[in-house]
Design a protein around this ligand. Structure first.
Ligand code: GDP
Ligand code: IMO
Ligand code: MG
Length: 430
């Protein structure tokens, strides 16, 4: 049975939520493997819009098992609120349909405070984070002082873990001019939330193994995008986790051999939220038009997303680092009505043409995109459900994208709605 990993191939917000929801019809288990509630995944199903942050996008379909893997950082208070919000939209969520890995690190209130305090310190340190405490929680994980889901089950362990974290954090807070953490208050908050979280706790690695052995199909749902990857992204303007497909294995506890298909989600143009290099960024009318037509405002923070032309150089690169088998090309409809479209095929730097984005920040900043132009189309592609519904120029654009990035289109998306999706090659049939 095929297992599929879905990853963002740009700077996030490529439309992963919509595609995961669409694919989840064919899957039995949907698992998140990194990131946290910095993610914002939008689904539009039968006229209802769902905005998911911590919950896997598979929850909206009944009868599936949704899993939060150990690679995620989890804010338990946020999760409980999100469960309530989504339940209020008529979705069933119970320990039968949602599991949280026992070894998942928790985001605590002081992680968010630290994140926001750093972001407001000075412009040199600013990343433009979502302020959700993601970075500080991952720092504590590798610093071996994070509190994990399993620690909530035993009060003596919990106290020990809290004390371990506070030694570090109180020293740090002192330096930043923040008040010390109220130990007893924090413990009380944790004791109160513990039973609510533990209801969903499970040895996820074991459950996934049993599912695989029973012939079930697993869909791994990535958050963010490969250019925000802690190792391969535009460092330091990245998130604090590995985002690329290899993380699906370590972030849930399956072996790398269990992954059969990697689906890269690719927007037909480029967007980014927050600071950092963006070679094809458009600060002109075209950029504004992409933002307006694409409703490019963050699902999590409401911030305006920066917009630019499609950068084939970057996507070719992220298809390699994630081992992409095929892509889902989304938001093609947003390009309707442009007379001419530009695609970046490489960068000019110091008199040379590069076919990849260099690693050094100063070199990245000096990269000048090399563009090729393609004719646009005046017809509407919105809601197209077959190749036959697409104008010839749109098909040419898609074919050129495939050629330049070195990966075939498996799915095409032409509106936010679940059903406005063209299937070219079924990832689960591989
Ligand atoms: P994610 O973070 O990758 O899940 O993406 P977001 O949900 O943050 O942003 C993608 C936005 O584009 C959402 O508002 C989706 O409803 C919307 N969307 C997804 N696919 C398409 C598409 O093919 N066309 C249009 N116009 N909108 C889409
Ligand atoms: P989805 O899953 C787009 C960006 C933030 C910031 C950087 C670091 O919806 O695609 P963080 O809070 O993670 O420490 O912020 O990463 N970022 C995203 N941008 N989509 C996302 O998620 C993002 N998650 C984080 O804007 O630049
Ligand atoms: Mg998003």
């Amino acid at each position: 049975m095929a297992n599929v990993v879905v990853v963002g191939a740009q700077w996030g917000d490529e439309g992963k939520g919509k595609i995961v929801d669409w694919l989840s019809e064919r899957a039995d288990v949907i698992a998140r493997f990194q990131g946290g509630h910095n993610a914002g995944h939008t689904l539009v199903v039968e006229g209802v819009t769902y905005k998911l942050h911590a919950l896997p996008s598979g929850v909206v379909r009944g009868g599936k098992l949704s899993v939060i893997g150990n690679g995620v950082v989890l804010d338990p208070w946020h999760l409980m609120n999100e469960i309530e919000t989504i339940r209020a939209q008529g979705v069933t969520i119970s320990p039968e349909t949602l599991m949280i890995a026992e070894n998942t690190p928790l985001i605590l209130p002081f992680h968010g405070e630290l994140d926001r305090a750093r972001e407001s310190q000075n412009s040199v340190a600013k990343i433009g984070t979502t302020g959700r405490g993601i970075g500080p929680a991952y720092e504590d994980k590798v610093g071996r002082r994070v509190i994990r889901v399993a620690d909530l089950a035993d009060d003596a362990t919990l106290e020990l873990r809290v004390d371990r974290a506070l030694v570090h954090h109180n020293a740090l807070r002192n330096g930043l001019g923040l008040t010390p953490i109220d130990r007893d208050g924090l413990l009380a908050q944790l004791r109160e939330i513990a039973p609510k979280v533990l209801e969903y706790a499970a040895p996820v690695w074991k459950v996934l193994d049993e599912k695989r052995k029973a012939g079930k199909r697993i869909l791994f749902e990535g958050a963010q995008g490969a250019l925000l990857d802690i190792d391969f992204g535009t460092y330091p303007f990245v998130t604090s986790s590995n985002v690329i497909a290899g993380q699906a294995a370590t972030g849930t506890g399956i072996g790398p051999g269990a992954i059969d298909f990697v689906l890269g989600i690719v927007k037909a143009y480029t967007t980014r939220v927050g600071e950092g290099p963006f070679p094809t960024e458009l600060l002109d009318e075209d950029g504004q038009r992409l933002g307006e037509r694409g409703h490019e405002f963050g699902t999590t923070t409401g911030r305006k997303r920066r917009c630019g032309w499609f950068d084939a150089t970057l996507v070719r690169q992220t298809c390699v680092t994630s081992g992409v088998t095929g892509i889902a090309l989304t938001k093609l409809d947003v390009l309707d009505g442009f007379e001419t479209l530009k695609i970046c095929t490489g960068y000019e730097l110091d008199g040379e043409v590069l076919d990849y984005l260099p690693t050094a920040a100063d070199r990245q900043a000096r990269c000048v995109p090399v563009y090729e132009e393609m004719p646009g189309w005046s017809e509407s592609t919105e809601g197209a459900r077959s190749w036959a519904d697409l104008p010839a120029e749109a098909i040419k654009y898609v074919r050129r994208v495939e050629e330049l990035i070195g990966a075939p289109v498996a799915l095409l998306s032409t509106s936010p709605k679940r059903e406005d999706t063209i299937l070219v090659r079924d990832p689960f049939a591989d």
